[in-house]
Design a protein around this ligand. Structure first.
Ligand code: HGY
Ligand code: MN
Ligand code: MN
Length: 399
């Protein structure tokens, strides 16, 4: 039975947080390809080598630690949102490292490690694993740009000569990602473990309304082509129309709004905003897309706006592997009896992409107050260790 070292595991988690540590709470600012992201990856590569694995960066900066024989792959990502938590992604990579170390020390099964790049979508949607798994071509990814206009191609060049070839997925016989829930279910129910059955799908679409910029004092209200007012009416009408097709689990978000010229005394002539929606049903995602596009067109017509859509990006819902789920459920039942559940993931993960290549599963630990993608994201250290033990037990079971 693999015996993990909780102190060593927790120590590496706190060491990793130092790369891009925010001044607020325990948060991090570690966007993909930032100096702090690359420094963290270099440090993890050292940890991987000291654990006796072959550390390899692929062409987009996904970092693998390869066992010599065909093995289970464990891992997640260490890039963060613009305001990220210390555990989102980092937990899965450090848990993978600890289990690899324990297995090496105890003559256990071969275990490989992965730290995917740009899961948080500075450029795309789970970009690094999307490219590795073939969901997104490298040529298409290289065209992607971040909000400041930097291309994926230029960003990944900052990795310099670290990068080698893509790793052949046939090196692995399955993937398990440990992650924080990032929602309130486990925390509210005083449960310790979530075994993921499915990961929802997502659609991301940038929309632009163009009206007429003008003086905020001299332009009569009935003579305005105010882009903010168009967005406000779009949002209201969309919420009304979505009512007929969504379920209580469906979510949608306008998270990014860029008003131009964004000045108090100027009627905004242009707004570009992000429209994101998620659901467990691919057909419903399509229905929602039709409502989004129709509503934007109706508002553009009524408000005398020019309308343009960006390139739609997204991932379809995916089911987790039954056999891997079974191993996680049995292990959770032994280590956290009556304190675990099976559940759907409302957050997106690299596991969505890897599931296209090999049997894939996820397990969650609770997020305190369900908070994530925020500097206050946190999980008790006891709960982190319970998750690690369940994962180690499942690795044993699967070998
Ligand atoms: O947005 C997500 O679900 C993921 O945390 N990037
Ligand atoms: Mn994540
Ligand atoms: Mn995230």
């Amino acid at each position: 039975m693999l015996q993990v070292n909780p102190e060593r595991f927790l120590k590496t988690l706190h060491q990793l947080r130092e790369f891009g540590a925010a001044r607020v709470g325990k948060g991090v600012v570690r966007p993909a390809y930032s100096p702090q992201d690359i420094a963290a990856r270099d440090w993890i590569a050292q940890q991987i080598r000291s654990a006796g694995l072959d550390a390899r960066f692929d062409p987009v900066g996904n970092l693998f630690g390869l066992a010599t024989d065909k093995s289970l792959l464990l891992g997640s990502h260490t890039d963060s949102q613009p305001e990220g938590g210390w555990l989102d992604g980092a937990l899965g990579v450090m848990a993978a490292l600890e289990i690899t170390r324990a297995s090496k020390e105890q003559g256990g099964p071969p275990v490989s490690v992965v730290n995917f790049q740009d899961e948080e979508g500075r450029f795309g949607v789970t970009t690094g694993s999307a490219v590795w798994s073939g969901q997104l071509s490298l040529e298409s990814a290289d065209q992607l740009e971040d909000r400041s206009g930097i291309s994926f191609s230029d960003a990944r060049k900052t990795l310099g000569d670290r990068c080698g070839d893509f790793i052949d997925p046939r090196h692995f016989n399955g993937f398990v990602e440990m992650h924080i829930e990032q929602g309130p279910s486990l925390d509210r129910a005083w449960q310790k473990i979530g075994v993921v059955t499915d990961i929802v799908g997502i659609r991301d679409l940038n929309i632009t309304f163009c009206g007429a910029q003008n003086h905020a004092g001299t332009t009569p209200m009935d003579a305005r082509q105010d882009a903010f007012q168009a967005l406000a009416k779009f949002n209201q009408l969309l919420n009304d129309r979505f009512r007929n097709i969504v379920t209580p689990q469906t979510v949608w978000t306008i998270g990014h709004v860029a008003l131009h010229p964004n000045a108090a005394s100027i009627v905004p002539g242009k707004v570009m905003f992000s429209m994101q929606w998620r659901d467990g049903d691919a057909h419903r995602l399509l229905q929602m897309e039709n409502v989004v596009r129709d509503t934007a067109s109706d508002i553009a017509r009524d408000q005398n706006m020019a309308l343009s859509f960006g390139v739609m990006r997204g991932l379809d819902p995916v089911a987790m592997d039954e056999k891997l789920q079974q191993a996680l459920q049995t292990s959770a039942g032994e280590i956290a009896p009556n304190a675990w559940r099976s559940m759907v993931s409302g957050a997106l993960h690299d596991a969505t992409n890897v599931a296209a290549l090999m049997p894939t599963a996820m397990l969650f630990v609770p997020s305190i107050n369900g908070i994530s993608h925020d500097f206050c994201e946190d999980t008790s250290e006891d709960d982190l260790v319970v998750g690690l033990r369940v994962l180690a037990r499942a690795v044993d079971r699967l070998s």
